[in-house]
Design a protein around this ligand. Structure first.
Ligand code: FES
Ligand SMILES: [Fe+2]
Length: 452
């Protein structure tokens, strides 16, 4: 449970809000590189942290992220032309480069334009392309100050053939979507098949986890999650966030561990992949306080992704929903996720198709902004509690003028999450060492060298 004040602090990300200032202390994914496929191509509208912006790729390939308002008389640069190294306003031809600098005022007398032009600029945020996404730094940079380095997330370090990147629209506040990602206890219900026989259960379990590796999310794992719905949680803080372990009874004498990562300020890794398999992650980036983009990525450190993997991510599998050209899930808030009551009776727990869609439906159902003042939390909510504490403390740190966790430690982002079966007597540290060779899931130097 949170107080009303803390719930506001956690969920509000606009200008002048503590959480907004925390988000603006980091590089954030703001759109996919594929949304700007060519130089001088069409600019696209982007709304992030409640701010309406325009993104465009200039003649040299540089991505600009600028305010859409032309300072001359307020025309919307969305209607302008992307040409010759900048965006030209369609009204009277003022032109702005990717850094927001005015570079041409063709309507003014030449002498006056030469004087005025260098003094006029629109707001522009620094951008970088990293791992198939455009990242922006929306914080304040002091005069002569340096930007932080981009986080060394593994999906961005592997060759392009080893990763898949997309995004999906989610119509609720970022924080409850993120909480869904770190609350791995819900699999025992939300994603559970319903069946009349064990054989049918196995078939449906495999269908339910399509897009994940058959070896890493198989019927045994789903069965263990069905039979032990009370996972025991352990959470550790590290330099960039949290590592969250949950163990369930597996075969006699063994525990099935699912280990997720949360990385500041809004990235999470899923808990299923076994060693050598394909990993999945998501970044919950506020569009505003009522909706967010969930950037999704899958990567395999050891090999290119297979056509089967890519096909399932394209069509709705693993963390990806079936979606339209605007990245809106086909099953969404407006159509109640195509909930089918007959399916809910006899095939799966929700009557909704797809793991990603089931997550979205239930997170949206908590309200546009979940009311955390009326919750009744229990032991399986410990990860959610730790997440909130980390976020609130970090927002306070930024308000005091301190650097928040991980901001100046890009290497701390080079971690993995995943699953494993371990002897029942092993504690969390032993399990981490067994699965990752490191107590926090950090990728070892030799793996890093391969990845780079
Ligand atoms: S309003 Fe943009 S140039 Fe006049
Ligand atoms: Fe889920």
């Amino acid at each position: 449970m949170l107080t009303r004040e803390d719930n506001e602090k956690l969920t509000r990300t606009g200008h002048d809000s503590p959480m907004g200032a925390l988000f603006r202390s980091y590089w954030l994914p703001v759109l996919l590189s594929e949304e700007l496929p060519q130089c001088d191509g069409p600019q696209v509208r982007v709304r992030i942290l409640g701010e309406d912006l325009l993104a465009f790729r200039d003649t040299h390939g540089q991505v600009g992220l600028v305010e859409p308002r032309c300072p001359h008389r307020g025309a919307d640069l969305y209607f302008g032309r992307n040409e010759g190294g900048g965006l030209r306003c369609a009204y009277h031809g003022w032109k702005f480069d990717a850094a927001g600098q005015c570079v041409d005022m063709p309507i003014l007398p030449v002498e006056s334009a030469e004087k005025t032009c260098p003094r006029v600029a629109i707001k522009a945020y620094p951008t970088r392309e990293w791992g198939g996404m455009v990242w922006a730094y929306m914080g304040r940079v002091e005069e002569g100050g340096e930007l932080p380095a981009l986080p060394r997330m593994e999906f961005a370090l592997v060759p392009e053939s080893h990763r898949y990147v997309s995004k999906k629209l989610q119509e609720c506040n970022w924080a409850q979507a993120a909480e869904g990602g770190i609350d791995t206890a819900h699999f025992s219900f939300l994603h559970m098949p319903v069946a009349r026989s064990e054989e049918e259960f196995v078939q449906r379990a495999l269908r339910a986890v399509r897009g994940y590796n058959a070896q890493t999310m198989n019927q045994d794992h789903v069965r263990w999650m069905r039979e032990d719905p009370r996972p025991r949680y352990q959470v550790k803080r590290h330099a960039a966030g949290l590592v969250l372990g949950a163990s369930r009874q597996a075969n006699p004498g063994e525990q099935y561990w699912r280990i997720a990562q949360y990385l500041m300020p809004c990235h999470g890794y899923t808990p299923s992949a076994a060693r050598g398999q394909t990993y999945h992650g998501q970044s919950w980036v506020p569009i505003d306080d009522q909706s967010c983009w969930i950037f999704c990525y899958s990567w395999n450190p050891d090999r290119p992704l297979t056509p089967e993997e890519i096909g399932s991510y394209d069509s709705g599998g693993a963390v990806y929903p079936a979606r339209d050209a605007h990245y809106r899930p086909a099953r969404n808030r407006a159509n109640e996720y195509l909930l089918d009551r007959a399916v809910q009776k006899s095939e799966n727990f929700t009557g909704i198709e797809g793991v990603s869609e089931q997550d979205a439906a239930i997170q949206d159902s908590q309200g546009r902004i979940a009311d955390r003042t009326r919750e009744m939390l229990g032991p399986t909510d410990v990860a959610v509690v730790q997440f909130r504490r980390l976020m609130l403390q970090s927002a306070d740190a930024v308000a005091r003028g301190e650097a928040p966790p991980g901001r100046d430690d890009p290497q701390a982002y080079l971690v993995r999450g995943g699953g494993t079966v371990a002897p029942a007597g092993d504690d969390f540290d032993a399990v981490m060492l067994r699965r990752f060779g490191d107590d926090m899931g950090r990728v070892r130097a030799e793996a890093d060298a391969t990845a780079s």
